[in-house]
Design a protein around this ligand. Structure first.
Ligand code: SAH
Ligand code: SF4
Length: 390
């Protein structure tokens, strides 16, 4: 074979500038079609519904496949917009069936998305809301990566589409789905990107599309108090709070955001969460850190703190990562902690670590974006370095 030029990465480098229709809500889709002069205003609603089904029910990635749309309209659509997927850079499957995708949204903008079987009704997809995170929770790998940027609604929806592509779930199945739940527990703080997260939820929950009900969509926050009520009002999603400690001095060490929004304020926002009831309980996440927050005294303090809140508690065994300063609590300690919660009437499942062999467990996600940028910097600096050599 002769010399070939590898252009396989080329499409991502010259990513289309057109907006991706998959990231628009129904209302936005109608407006965009009219604005781009692809559709007459009186036909916009009908045309948007038609496109919606192709994009979100059938999962098509080319306008060409929209066979009931006139040829000229398809041509006009592909001039103005795209429905393509981002590039999947890497796909890993764990021994336990967990899948992880590294998705390149744009050059240098990479996120990880994880599918965990047997969680929720059938299987949960853990999606990212930001590239990196501005918060520096001391036990979290993502926290060591500086924020690169917020993900757009299209980029959040794309994570669900990529998972569906790989799981073979198009057209959107009514029953027997492998992907039944969505958790915003990947990279980033979803409440610092609420507009895009809320739009993405509107799109994902629409019953003529991906159709994952809002009750099966959980948004996890480290405690951005002023946005909690808005999350409930705008999305009706389930709320998860990353609590991890029951007193301010310790929580400040683990979740530095606690200095801004201390536990009392956080709990007040939780108690006021729209729709809160026994049928719609709040999940409290509690990472089990050896010798830090795992004693019976801590468990009892947790019971006291949550008194009267319809809650379930997720005990998460700490997942170590290279350079982490904590250890995971012993199994017996975690069980003793859970027993105290159970006796007080709280369901407190211990989250079995999944996909540890592919670094896909909670808090282990960290895209290469930062490393790539570092390597680009190094390369850029290299000629200078060479010049300065004697
Ligand atoms: N930023 C949001 C959502 C992403 S983190 C938040 O903090 O809630 C998702 C969950 O993983 C959070 O509960 C977080 O505290 C937890 N987590 C982070 N690092 C972890 C680790 N190393 N081991 C176990 N859980 C971790
Ligand atoms: Fe950010 Fe959540 Fe990790 Fe904290 S736990 S650093 S908020 S991703």
């Amino acid at each position: 074979m002769g010399v070939t030029l590898d252009l396989s990465r080329a499409p991502a480098a010259s990513a289309p500038a057109q907006p991706n229709l998959a990231g628009l809500t129904r209302a936005e889709l109608q407006a965009a079609l009219v604005e781009a002069d692809v559709v007459r205003p009186d036909k916009a609603r009908m045309r948007a519904s038609q496109l919606w089904r192709w994009i979100h029910h059938y999962g098509v990635t080319e306008f060409e496949r929209m066979t009931d749309v006139a040829k000229e309209t398809r041509a006009a659509l592909s001039q103005a917009f795209t429905v393509a997927r981002p590039e999947v850079v890497e796909r890993q499957i764990s021994r336990d069936g967990t899948r992880k995708w590294l998705i390149r949204m744009a050059p240098g903008i990479e996120v990880e998305t994880v599918y965990i079987p047997d969680v929720g009704r059938a299987g949960a997809l853990c999606v990212s809301s930001q590239v990196g995170c501005t918060l520096n929770c001391t036990f979290c790998h993502t926290g060591t990566q500086a924020l690169v940027r917020n993900l757009s609604a299209a980029e959040i929806v794309a994570q669900v589409q990529v998972a569906r592509d790989d799981l073979g779930e198009w057209p959107s199945p009514k029953e027997d789905r492998r992907l039944s739940n969505i958790v915003f527990m990947g990279m980033g703080e979803p409440l610092y990107n609420l507009d895009n997260v809320a739009s993405a939820i509107d799109i994902i929950a629409d019953h003529e599309g991906i159709a994952i009900s809002r009750r099966r969509i959980t948004v996890s926050t480290s405690g951005v108090v002023p946005e909690i009520a808005a999350l409930g009002a705008r999305t009706q999603a389930m709320l998860a709070i990353s609590l991890h400690a029951t007193n301010d001095p310790l929580r400040e060490k683990l979740v530095p955001l606690n200095r801004k929004y201390p536990i009392a304020e956080l709990m007040a926002a939780v108690r006021a969460y729209p729709g809160l009831s026994n049928a719609k309980r709040i999940t409290f996440e509690y990472v089990m850190l050896k010798g830090v927050n795992d004693s019976p005294v801590d468990a009892k303090a947790l019971v006291k703190l949550l008194a009267g809140v319809p809650a379930k508690i997720n005990l998460i065994p700490f997942n170590p990562w290279p350079g982490s300063q904590y250890e995971c609590s012993d199994w017996a300690t975690i069980e003793a902690f859970a027993a105290i919660l159970n006796r007080a009437g709280y369901a407190s499942p211990i989250r079995t670590p999944r996909g540890r062999d592919i670094l896909a467990a909670c808090g282990q996600l960290k895209s290469e974006s930062e490393k790539i940028r570092a390597s680009v910097r190094r390369k850029a600096a290299a000629p200078e370095a060479r010049q300065s050599e004697p």
